[in-house]
Write a protein that binds this ligand. Sequence first.
Ligand code: HEM
Length: 449
Amino acid sequence: MFVLRKPRMAQSIVVLVLKSLPARLTRNWLPFLLFNEIWHNGYEPFERLGADTFLAVSPGGLILYTCDADVNVQLFRDGNFGKPVELMSILNIYGPTITGTDGPESRLYRKITGPFFSENTLRRVFTQSAGGAKMLLAALMRSDAHLHLRSLSARLSLNTLCQIAFGYQTDSDLVRGLAFQDSIPDGKTLSYSQALHGLLKNMGVILDVPHWMLRMSPFQSHRHAIACYSELGSYMDQLKQARQITVAKTLVHGTSSDEDLLDLLIHAGVSSKDQPTPLLTNRQVIGQIFLFMFAGHEANANLLVSIILILACHPEIQAAMQRDLDRLLGDTVPGTWSYDKNYSELMHSTVGAVINETLRLFTVIPVLPKCVPPDGPWLPITVKGQTHLLPPGTVALSNTSATHRHPKYWPDRTTGTAQRPRSSFWSDTRNDVRQRPYAAADFDPFRFG
Ligand code: HEM
């Protein structure tokens, strides 16, 4: 396992060296490799190269890079393409996950968890979010709130996710969390949210360094990282055990119609009359609990922060959105708002337009990976009307940040062309005040009006 971890560490050193080289040597290819900066670069690297789809060929393998919407659709619609499990398995920290596995195993997790994503859940999310937003608003009124915007948003999103998906955490936990006064149960040194967010922040260390070494490390940050890992594991075990007792009772009295995600996972992990052998092992249940805790709140937290910041940059849009909110909700109080009454109207107003436009510019996952299964046949892909065969093992990276800012799909609405000023080096973009916040400057929710 440690052998597999080494390339990740080596890569961070190599990237530092490459970034210090003259831009003319690296500008055509380095931006494609800097995963943490893909969002900033948008369509620029593809534009510079003059190709929306290309293949990088190296002794280590083939990688297809694309921002072409037609190619993206083929990669995601053709069920023969799989997930590059070797890359995604970094998420299998506590057990195999829906994202870190492929084929029948991943499909099993999808089948078990699928029923959770229903209109009924959306109704509960809407009501819970209206209440949560009120609490977030109170926290945002604090004078230092701008320093903690990301943490506040993450705490709200995590609490909402946990209440809806796992029946875990309460509104009082949220109030304490937003005041950074989380309760820490006996036997723990970290609150639940501190453990989860600490783990996500330190995922690199957790993956790269053997855990015994972290425990013995003289560095406090290392010991903190491993404490987050251990305590989050313990929180999830306790959550699972507590719910198993409830589920055992419902198995006797019949299933209930309002099962949450945790119920579905626990049911799949036990045997019953209809299911003599459990569908999932303990590690598989815990793996999904972790994955959904992570994936279920992170995207929403990031989106919320982006929306708040972008509205602050565009007061005229803020005012337009406020007008729509006043028109649609009038003097009614949040407690009376509901998914059935208000959701559709809100999504067809500036509120929906702001959400969609923010998702366009600040893609929650800047690159989506797919692959030609290593043990399968060559797969065809059609680029600009020409069909090419991709050999087994080819990785395909769909760059959503570039697709979402491609001038062909998103022309400047006033001139019909991309308005972005040109610079000669991709690295200049990083220092160009007009380009650096290009996404924010291009913000125009009325595209969706
Ligand atoms: C703002 C809200 C959200 C956005 C924009 C978002 C977006 C995405 C995207 C783009 C992916 C990658 C899909 C792919 O690779 O095919 C993804 C994966 C995933 N999301 Fe979300 N998501 C959001 C909220 C949620 C929530 C609330 C949950 C759970 C309750 C969730 C659970 C997942 C899971 C489990 C995966 C991995 C699926 C897999 O690997 O098969 N997401 N999300």
